[in-house]
Design a protein around this ligand. Structure first.
Ligand code: SF4
Length: 295
């Protein structure tokens, strides 16, 4: 019988971790203050007891050779100390000898709290990929959404992680600054991504699970939602300023009306061409049906 893991809901994982075994090593997000994010507002942040995590890992011992990928949850599992993460990685390697990848969500501050040598040791122990929600490279906007990070902290941390051998998957939030901040959001988000040169880049569209007024109450500034056309224009502005060597780009999350995929900068002109085609003739542009409503 397959062991049963009793998750503390809600549980989130990146789409690319669909086939990974997920262990919750922390509960919630240690920051939990971003104006747009409701993922963990129902949870108080907690570090899970090591003995409980080890018991859950041991429960899968009969499947040891089937387990190739493990994702450490919740929100920013990488907040754990180097020592604790090391022990968890040792336990995973000992229990699952065929493991090829361990990954986790991280905040830039979680990376900066570890030395480069510590990061290298974690990589040697199988931690291969970190997912980081950068959201924006614009310092004013980062402050208005209370991200607790800056262009500088983000670029410093992520460059340090890459140097240590970690792969990075970063996210930018399309529409995050509304009409007033769209230009600076696009320009500075491209700048921060260019500085980092991540392996993977994706964009999601800002959404309002509790309504736009709830977001406006938490946003420290004037916020006026972008129209669908303006969201696409912002994407075009952002992509046009990217200078990437070899980054896999995806804009195919459920929140994206316009699906874009490619390798940047190789496919940059093609992606920009698609955006301009959509802007010129949205009705015949073969978009997701939701995009067509309310155009
Ligand atoms: S750091 Fe991430 S998970 Fe935590 S509140 Fe911000 S967006 Fe949400």
């Amino acid at each position: 019988m397959t062991p049963y893991l009793s998750y503390d809901e809600p549980l989130f994982r990146p789409p690319s971790e669909a086939y990974s075994l997920i262990f919750q090593v922390t509960l919630g997000c240690s920051w939990n203050q971003c104006a747009f994010c409701e993922m963990y507002t129902s949870k108080k942040f907690k570090v899970k007891k090591e003995a409980d995590i080890f018991k859950e890992i041991e429960a899968f011992s009969n499947f040891s050779s089937d387990i190739k990928k493990v994702f450490l949850a919740d929100g920013n599992a990488f907040v754990l100390s180097f020592e604790r993460l090391s022990r968890i990685l040792d336990k995973l390697n000992e229990s699952f000898p065929k493991l090829t990848r361990i990954s986790a969500y991280a905040l830039p501050k979680d990376i900066l709290s570890k030395t480069e040598e510590e990061l290298q040791i974690l990589v040697k122990k199988g931690l291969k990929l970190l997912y980081v929600g950068i959201e924006s490279g614009d310092n004013e906007l980062l402050e208005r959404i209370n991200k607790g990070e800056t262009f500088e902290s983000t670029s410093e941390a992520l460059i340090k992680a890459r140097k240590a051998g970690l792969k990075l998957s970063v996210m930018i939030l399309n529409g995050l600054g509304g009409k007033k901040y769209t230009e600076q959001h696009a320009i500075n988000s491209a700048k921060v991504v260019n500085a980092i040169q991540p392996e993977y880049l994706s964009t999601l569209v800002l959404s309002f699970p509790y309504g736009v007024d709830h977001f406006k109450d938490r946003f420290d500034g004037d916020f006026e939602e972008l129209s669908k056309v303006e969201l696409i224009l912002e994407m075009g502005n952002f992509i046009s300023q990217l200078q990437l060597e070899n980054t896999i780009f995806r804009s195919d999350h459920a929140s994206n009306y316009l699906i874009l995929k490619g390798i940047l900068n190789r496919d940059k002109e093609e992606l920009l061409g698609r955006i301009s085609q959509v802007l010129q003739d949205p009705v015949h542009a073969n978009l997701r049906p939701e995009w067509m409503r309310g155009l």
